[in-house]
Design a protein around this ligand. Sequence first.
Ligand SMILES: [Zn+2]
Length: 115
Amino acid sequence: MPNLNLLIERDIDKETALKIAELQHKRELLIIDMQYTDDMSIILDSFDKLTNNEFNLQELWGFEKNEDYHFLIGKGNIPHCECPLQDNLESRNCGYRIYSENCPLHNQLTIIKGK
Ligand SMILES: [Zn+2]
């Protein structure tokens, strides 16, 4: 369900709010797909769709399309992600992310990815 305060704050119309709700539901289904498989091709395909889903949500909310502000990063927040959750919760509004070299989704060196 869309954040009701944010709908008001960003002056989102009903049609857009319904699209946001639909994309958020789709996001939950993709996460379930990822949770219940060990098949990396399905996991990576779903993760790719999730990344696009987050870009589409940013656009509908009227935010800049920027991967550094995506919600789904961190162990326990997205299936199979090994990136540090707490560090990424803290850095979310700072415009950078902290990745783990062991993460099969983000698969980068342990770096702080600056802008
Ligand atoms: Zn990760």
